[in-house]
Write a protein that binds this ligand. Structure first.
Ligand SMILES: [Zn+2]
Length: 176
């Protein structure tokens, strides 16, 4: 068995059914793409192999017969908490790796928001402590409002859940 790469080196691709999970992975700081609507399994597999992305899928057939060289993991549960634990155990996903450093919409690494961008935020957001970050691709500005704080709490819970899981066999989901 190859040694597990460090968490920050893990790159992922979610199939279309797991687009919601992709947002959570981006929120945690993971480089995560989502398969395009018109992309064939073969095209997805080639793209993942080339970029060394682990493909997360709900597709039983694809997971059972992965193209050569493709690391594919099948998520069989449709529950975010269970998926979070499964990914922590199977891939070493650290849910608090680098929270809110990537755009949730397009996966682009965020940069610090400019003074102009901060000036365009709602007044209540401007009164927060920050950090204020912006997406260079789509222009969306991120601030630690209630929605971001709720997501951050859930990420922290997932990390706790994984850290305190002493009986991995009981919770282990078949991966292929
Ligand atoms: Zn963006």
């Amino acid at each position: 068995m190859e040694p597990r790469p460090p968490p920050e080196a893990v790159r992922l691709c979610c199939d279309r059914m797991l687009a919601g999970l992709a947002r959570w992975l981006r929120a945690a700081g993971y480089d995560t793409t989502v398969a395009a609507a018109d992309e064939t399994d073969r095209a997805i597999a080639e793209r993942c192999c080339e970029a060394r992305r682990v493909l997360l899928t709900c597709d039983r057939h694809l997971a059972a017969h992965p193209p050569a060289g493709l690391d594919v993991r099948r998520l069989i549960v449709n529950d975010a908490d269970a998926q979070a634990l499964q990914l922590a155990q199977a891939l070493g996903i650290d849910w608090t790796l680098a929270p809110f450093t990537r755009c949730l919409l397009d996966n682009t690494p965020l940069r610090e928001a400019s003074a102009d961008e901060r000036a365009g935020m709602p007044p209540l957001a401007r009164e927060l402590q920050g950090p204020y970050r912006a997406c260079p691709a789509c222009g969306r500005v991120y601030w630690p409002g209630s929605h971001v704080r709720r997501m951050a709490r859930r990420l922290a819970q997932w990390r706790e859940q994984a850290a305190h899981e002493h009986d991995p066999v009981r919770h282990r989901q078949p991966m292929r």
